[in-house]
Design a protein around this ligand. Structure first.
Ligand code: DX5
Ligand code: ZN
Length: 218
């Protein structure tokens, strides 16, 4: 009976209305707000940087979960911490010095997350776990919302849960989470589910009830 959290990704929200979208989805039951930062280099898509993250901070009353899909990542950690991120997640694949990156995140006062692409074996996280508050396993190749869940990642979730043991480290799943895939990863040991398209579909700031229905369905 793990307490499973839903973290809607604002990548699927109305970009011209982030403040209202965040308030609406929190009112409908979101546990965290997941913020996807992309640089057009580490991933083939661009979103936004620290000034926007800082601008939406006052609209978030839960937890601001910032997922950095950028390389290099180290030069930007302080800026995202100053923008008010509660959790900063960096990719193992973003550079050669992830150990240093995770230390730098904690030194800024944020919780540290480590994200792994689908092609990366979870065993690679073993030497880093004591520096992590969260491990994010990607269940799509990062870059875009609305992609298909990669089922072979479920076995990796299970492995990671065993590796973590009784340490207090969240396992977050990101990509293709919907009512059909969520039970698979929760069963395997995940406790934070990011969902973009499956939360925001069918609703809007003027009609937010579908957000709540979608969250409950997941
Ligand atoms: C993908 C992002 C995800 C994305 C998930 O690169 O990191 O957070 O928004 O979107 P869905 O839930 O639509 O797969
Ligand atoms: Zn994400």
């Amino acid at each position: 009976d793990r307490n499973v959290k839903i973290a809607p990704s604002i990548l699927s929200a109305d970009f011209a209305n982030f403040g209202a979208e965040i308030r609406a989805v929190e009112a409908q039951g979101a546990d965290w707000i997941h913020v996807d930062v992309m640089d057009g280099h580490f991933v083939p898509n661009l979103t936004f940087g620290p000034p926007l993250v800082k601008a939406i901070r006052p609209h978030i009353s839960t937890v601001m979960d910032v997922h950095l899909m950028i390389a290099p990542v180290d030069p930007y950690i302080e800026a995202f911490a100053e923008a008010g991120a509660d959790i900063i997640t960096a990719h193992l694949e973003a550079g050669a010095h992830t150990h240093r990156t995770l230390q730098a995140i904690r030194a800024c006062g944020a919780k540290a997350g480590l994200a792994l692409n689908p092609g990366t074996p979870v065993e690679a996280a073993a030497p880093l776990l004591d520096l992590c508050d969260l491990v994010c396993l990607m269940t799509v190749n990062p870059g875009f919302g609305g992609q298909k869940f990669i089922h072979s990642q479920v076995a990796q979730v299970k492995k990671l849960r065993e590796m973590i043991g009784d340490r207090e480290i969240h396992i977050e799943i990101d990509g293709g989470v919907d009512p059909s895939t969520a039970p698979l990863v929760v069963e395997a040991g995940a406790d934070v589910l990011v969902a973009g398209s499956a939360v925001f579909r069918g609703g809007s700031v003027d009609n937010p009830a579908p957000y709540g229905e979608n969250i409950r369905a997941i």
